[in-house]
Design a protein around this ligand. Structure first.
Ligand code: SF4
Length: 426
């Protein structure tokens, strides 16, 4: 294990009694609106209408890249100056935009009104607006709202806000079922569902479903596995509906995926013999896939800047399955309840930081000079220029990385920048 660099005396960062460094200061992170980029692809008949400013529209355009040319199912209702000045009735304007949108796009079955910094600052009540619009458009279109603003949410928390808005809307179901919670690429969701089905678990549902009309029911006989570590609010909302959380490692790598499946197997009374029989083949494939990268990554020192809340589980995977050394594991928020197994599986003494004071954190990066720094696009090129290899954190959210079949690909995402550096050096 490495320490976070030569911080001592008065310069020592304020580490809490639990050994976690908590920092508040300038941050270099996305707001929750970015969640729309992957959520709109997952729920195929939903539309995400951001009620925000031109800044929000620009953010979505640049984050979505070429997707904006494919008639995507998201857009921004721009709050104009006259709305801000209180000269126009923002609610009337919003209704007008929604009317026009739904008339033009009859394929939309679920409409999310997504709050932003400007809509929050002018205190536009989007939950009332959603209720009002529901009165007009139900049952053809369901209208919900959540906040993706930078004041309230960081990056993947946008998905948490979206899914937790869906939960109260789910039908009641008394059926015994397993729910996979978190938006996964379809192919990954299919693989995990197939494995759980092979274990003999009868009914397996996903939140979110791929279509608005197929959202699962929920009730006291629902047990759920979180597929993503950033779903604090969604978990609370599901608990309120009587569902039971199955604590587990997150399904990254061979070991994480095994532990995740095992939690479900135990909760549904699957025998150990059957469990072994079902997972032995895929686990072996994953281990083989990882062995290739272990040679390249073992002993390399990695520093995570906070971005997506995936940092702790990924650090556990990289240290435990690939032998990497963790210099610092930064996360925007640390949900200790959901990460209890992950924290226990980290090497003892791992430096974890929650929140950010970016300049201080960059000082620690420079002092430690890790082999690889995981960070956002805003920091990546400047650090590369200083001779530090970086990995863009956003790719980890957009790429299929969960489950056995993707374990090797996940390792490859970390090996690639180091490989490129070696090639360029020759
Ligand atoms: S929601 Fe806030 S942080 Fe996000 S793009 Fe809009 S103004 Fe910026």
């Amino acid at each position: 294990m490495s320490s976070a660099g030569p911080a001592s005396g008065c310069d020592a960062p304020p580490v809490g009694v639990d050994g976690i460094l908590r920092e508040r200061g300038q941050r270099e992170v996305f707001c929750g609106l970015t969640g729309i980029i992957w959520l709109h692809r997952k729920i195929q008949d939903a539309f995400f209408l951001v009620v925000g400013s031109r800044t929000c529209a620009h953010l979505l355009q640049s984050a979505a890249g070429v997707m904006v040319f494919a008639e995507p199912r998201f857009g921004t209702a721009i709050i104009e100056e006259k709305d801000l000045a209180g000269l126009a009735d923002a609610n009337e304007e919003l209704d007008r935009v929604v009317n026009r949108l739904l008339a033009r796009r009859p394929d939309i079955k679920l409409l999310f009104l997504v709050g932003s910094c400007p809509s929050e600052v002018i205190k536009l009540d989007l939950s009332r607006a959603a209720q009002r619009l529901n009165g007009r458009f139900s049952p053809n279109v369901r209208v919900l709202n959540y906040s993706g603003s930078g004041i309230e949410t960081t990056f993947t928390q946008g998905e948490d806000a979206c899914l937790s808005a869906l939960v109260p809307d789910l039908a009641f179901s008394d059926e015994k079922q397993l729910m996979i919670v978190g938006s996964l690429p379809d192919i990954v969701e299919d693989q995990l569902t197939r494995l759980l089905g092979d274990l003999g678990i009868g009914k397996i549902v996903s939140l979110p479903a791929r279509l608005a009309g197929q959202m699962p029911g929920v009730g006291p006989n629902t047990k759920y596995l979180l597929a993503q570590p950033f779903l604090a609010e969604t978990g609370t909302a599901l608990d309120k509906r009587g569902a039971e959380h199955l604590p587990a490692l997150f399904p990254f790598g061979a070991e994480g995926t095994t532990a995740w499946l095992h939690a479900a197997a135990q909760a549904f009374g699957v025998s150990e013999a059957r469990f072994e029989q079902v997972i032995a083949g895929p686990r072996e494939r994953a281990r083989k896939g990882l062995a290739l990268y272990r040679e390249k990554l073992a002993g390399k020192r990695i520093f995570f800047m906070p971005d997506s809340q995936l940092e702790v589980p990924l650090a556990r995977f990289l240290a435990g399955e690939l032998g990497m050394e963790l210099v610092e594991v930064g996360t925007p928020y640390l949900h200790k309840g959901h990460l209890i197994d992950e924290l226990a599986a980290l090497p003892p003494g791992t430096m974890i930081s929650e929140g950010q004071d970016v300049d201080k954190q960059l000082d620690r990066v420079r002092a430690a000079r890790p082999d690889l720094t995981v960070c956002g696009l805003g920091l990546a090129n400047p650090l590369e220029k200083e001779g530090l290899s970086t990995k863009w954190a956003i790719e980890l959210v957009f790429s299929p990385i969960h489950g056995y079949e993707q374990a090797g690909d996940l390792a490859e995402l970390f090996a690639r920048p180091l490989h490129r550096r070696d090639l360029l050096r020759v």
